[in-house]
Design a protein around this ligand. Sequence first.
Ligand code: KIV
Ligand code: ZN
Length: 518
Amino acid sequence: MSDKNTVLIFDTTLRDGEQSPGATLNLAEKLEIARQLHRLGVDIIEAGFPIASPGDFEAVTRIAQEVGTLDNPPTIAGLARANKTDIDRAWGAVQWARKPRIHTFLATSDIHLEHKLRISRNECIERVGEAVAYARSLCEDIEFSPEDAGRSDPEFLWQVLAVAIQAGATTLNIPDTVGYCTPTEYRRMIEGILKNVPGADKVILSAHCHDDLGLAVANTLAGIEAGVRQAEVTINGIGERAGNTSLEEVVMALHTRKAFYGLRTNIDTTQLVRTSKMVSALTSIFVQPNKAIVGANAFAHEAGIHQDGMLKNPLTYEIMRPEMVGWNASNLVLGKHSGRHAFSDRLKTMGYELSREELDKAFERFKALCDKKKVVTDADLEAIVADQFETLNEVYKLDSINVTSGTGSSPVASVRLLDEEGEAHADAALGNGPIDAICNCINRITGANAKLTEFHVHAVTEGIDAVADVTIRVEMANGEGRKHVFSGRSADTDTLVASGRAFLAAVNKGLRRTRIRV
Ligand code: KIV
Ligand code: ZN
């Protein structure tokens, strides 16, 4: 539903969100997230940047074909720079959706025009007019973004936006690309556009804010107060640098303060926590405990006075009920007597729709876990599924790991990997510790020269039989010597095995990326 009292939610987790260092998602993971975004009720999914790589093109195409054709489908948008080649590629991918959108952009700030694009203001205007008109000749629904609008000269910005409207843009997105604006400035920018750009009241204005000063949500809400009716957001606020506007925070601000804003969204708020957990699991980006709405402590009351008040009446300290955003949805646990049906049902409730083959593999891992652990919780299942997605498209598969360590001797690891042809490669290496030895060994075999930059281990549940969930980030240089960050995650009751698998998963992503670019 869309009217002047509805704020459309444009989710860019799979595009801007995936630009977070190390957050690379594979096709299966992107599809899984896109399906969940549909359940959540987002109006537009920006599925990727089709020109960026063959993998991006394929992902946007598949999302357009599979999620863009479901009942009551979201609009599927693909990003394109303001040129014909990018626009053709974006259209090639989104055209399969029932509601396709091309999102084209060009910077308008003098800093970007002079130093990045090296074009004049006149050339910028010309390119915008041509690109938007060309995109509109292919697709009815065109979004235009003047990149770095927040630092652009207002009068020039108005001129560019007027040209975009004349050329056929249906949504004008106003990015604060570097997260520089304050809420008052952002609100005034939108008011200025509505006042000075002919036809601005006939198109949808959109807010796209980055969080470099921690103001992305405040700026988006200020834009909404001024007349913006589309919010560009990501799950958990992930994205370039400090991230984007967090979907859950904007949605719950509008929902909880409905009397103030007088606006609604099409979001099913009970799906928020589930979606947040899925995105965190598949991107390996943790949500801080004190994060609003979806952080583990968002509804935890610690102080005695608060607890006393809560017992007397939850309204004393709670402005939202946790159930409204999907907390406490279920405390169900599975165990070794749980069958395949209960297992697959539980995964579905958590938002995962696995294929038959994926389900078989996950069920096998679940049964193996039940032999080691009495009760298996949602958190264990999330770790199993995330781990399984990590092992798709592997360049090297882990066959075995053995480590010897202890007092008085240097730790030594021996690792055997299988390449894509099934050929075995084995080696042994020393290290400062057992994990260092495993990483050295994997580097020797694969030649990846990956540098471990982050290592996190956490027990998924309590108890001595807990599964260790290991997340690793590595830095790898590409052919031109530029460093990229890749993350890997694995869960196992043996911390060393989980560490080796997580490191290999990150290395595999780096090797795969390099291969595609070559
Ligand atoms: O931040 C930005 O300017 C963007 C545009 C491509 C919309 O992400
Ligand atoms: Zn952005």
